[in-house]
Design a protein around this ligand. Structure first.
Ligand code: ATP
Ligand code: MG
Length: 330
């Protein structure tokens, strides 16, 4: 089985954007690929986190993966916490020494997150390298992600190719981003030019997977659209309306064309009502499952099993790379 790998930072409660770009794709492909699904808690501290809250977010993230349909009982599903595996940081250091400051400082995410902030951490600049280590340690071929992380997967590709050619050995498999056709960039409800993010300043602009039907309704009914009044999918000129159509399409399981046809000729109010209803219905199902999962011991069971397996694979790879670069004794 080829390998697929992804992680979602426990920097807040997961959003419907994280579902579309990450979890939904895992669910779709979990029978096809050996899947490495991890909680990147080391990435979360690139911006300040409250330690108590971080612990809670980590557990909640795994509960939500499972509630949304990730099947921890599959033999080919490995769920683990990044910080429970020392090889991510170890490999990251080696990769940092094969990365150029200029290429890291050019990353869109870095530019966005450091904007208007003079005291950003060095980790914010180097975290794409840690992400490359997350991927390359496991020789993952496919990395499900939204468009926002495409550039980081490209960095992982470049680093894999750079190391393979510098040492004249197959150090790493060269990974590919796996970007969904629909839902690769769910937009911020208040400013649809931005992407929706779990750690955005305005929580009213994101729908979180734990939101109540009332919260969902309020947020969706207030979502920014435009003054044109016509329902059409046009991301450039009508980003707000296109976002609502996209959300409906993913959560109702209807193609984008059929979604557009369904609402064609109607008003924005009707579209918003339908989006709020479909979201409330789907998220309530996830939340009911989540409540059951959190009462069982399945989160810890999955993490113990996945952690042990991941450490074993990562240790082998790290040992190989450490020798290749010349560390330690002959
Ligand atoms: P943060 O604000 O802390 O960066 P985030 O919401 O951007 O949180 P990440 O943990 O950075 O989430 O990303 C987790 C996964 O979710 C990645 O695969 C990313 O591409 C995907 N993703 C994040 N936001 C969106 C979005 N708005 N639409 C589609 N996919 C998204
Ligand atoms: Mg992000």
């Amino acid at each position: 089985m080829e390998r697929l790998l992804t992680g979602l930072q426990p920097s807040g409660t997961l959003t419907i954007g994280n579902y579309c770009g990450g979890i939904n794709q895992i669910c779709k492909y979990q029978e096809t690929y050996e899947t490495f699904l991890f909680v990147p808690d080391m990435h979360a501290i690139t911006v300040p986190q409250d330690p108590e809250q971080l612990h809670k977010n980590i557990r909640q993230a795994v509960g939500l993966y499972l509630a949304c349909g990730v099947d921890a009982s599959l033999d080919n599903m490995h769920i683990y916490i990044q910080s429970e595996n020392p090889y991510h940081a170890n490999l990251s250091w080696i990769l940092e020494c094969h990365s150029y400051y200029g290429e890291l400082a050019r990353m869109h995410q870095f530019k966005m997150k450091s904007k208007n902030n003079e005291s950003f951490t060095a980790g914010l600049v180097t975290y794409p390298v840690l992400m490359a280590a997350d991927i390359l340690l496991y020789d993952a071929k496919y990395v499900p992600t939204g468009v926002d992380q495409k550039q980081h997967v490209e960095l992982a590709r470049n680093l894999a190719e750079r190391m393979n050619s510098r040492y004249q050995e197959e150090c790493f498999v060269v990974p590919e981003p796996m970007i969904p056709e629909v839902g690769a960039k769910i937009r911020d409800l208040a400013n649809p030019l931005n992407k929706m993010s779990k750690s955005a300043d305005n929580p009213k602009a994101s729908v979180f997977l734990m939101d109540t039907p009332e919260e969902i309704k309020k947020k969706i009914m207030r979502a920014t659209t435009d003054s044109d009044g016509k329902i059409a999918f046009d991301e450039e000129n009508k980003p707000g309306v296109s976002n609502l159509l996209t959300i409906y399409s993913v959560f109702a399981g209807v193609s984008l064309d059929d979604t557009v046809a369904r609402f064609d000729g109607g008003g924005y109010g009707d579209l918003k009502k339908a989006v709020a209803e479909v979201l409330a219905e789907r998220l309530t199902v996830f939340q009911d499952k989540y409540a059951e999962i959190m009462k069982s011991g399945i989160v810890d069971d999955a993490l113990d099993r996945g952690g042990e397996y991941a450490r074993q694979i990562a240790a082998e790879k790290y040992e190989k790379i450490r020798k290749i670069v010349g560390f330690g004794r002959i």
